[in-house]
Design a protein around this ligand. Sequence first.
Ligand SMILES: *Cc1c(COP(=O)(O)O)cnc(C)c1O
Length: 236
Amino acid sequence: MSIQEQLAGIRQKMDEAARRAGRSPETVTLEAATKVQTSERIREAIAAGIRVCGENRVQEFNAHWADGAYEGAEVHFIGHLQKNKVKYLVGKVSLIESVDSPELLGAIAQRACRLGVRQDILLEVNIGREESKSGVLPENLPALAAQAGAMEGIRLRGLMAIPPVAEVPGGNSQYFAEMYQLFIDMREKKYDNEVSIDCLSMGMSDDFEEAIAHGSTLVRIGTALFGKRPPMRVRG
Ligand SMILES: *Cc1c(COP(=O)(O)O)cnc(C)c1O
């Protein structure tokens, strides 16, 4: 199937999941997870109607950016991010979804201030408390959110999570429900800065309908859109 056909099928499932949850379909955005895709495939996805691309690796982002592959879409960064790579992203990507430490937050703020911009960010939560995963633990989230909500150069937009791989279909409901509660708590707090807490990024190819049922506003989809990826190293 072409990207366009896959996209139509995904969009339909998203819309139905939203309606079942009593939500309007426009409240959920589809983000194409473009890791390992070529610039050509990214252009094809944008031509088919994708308006948000999510990149995992700074190196791939730089290459596609130099190619002009993202024309017609905005780009989010969704991968593990090192402080020394922040300079390649700030002011170019519309959202950094994977902020999980005060140090990273500080590096983004510093770069944004130098450029005279405000960088939109999400805080990534390690909701499954997995050793192998990035993300702030739920109990450390309020302190990091307060910091993010007070920092010059930063605009706090919400939360992102990559829950554990579900053993059975529907196995991640509990994590999605916990994320939604953290998101609501975050929205109700007062912050020093003007914030706009409107984004809850959760749900991937195997569980986006479940995530939407639990309040996701942004689903990140790779395999269901582009097909199966070749096996790869976990990080780069
Ligand atoms: C790869 C990736 C996705 C998409 O995963 P699929 O299962 O292929 O849909 C979503 N979010 C992040 C952070 C990813 O790295």
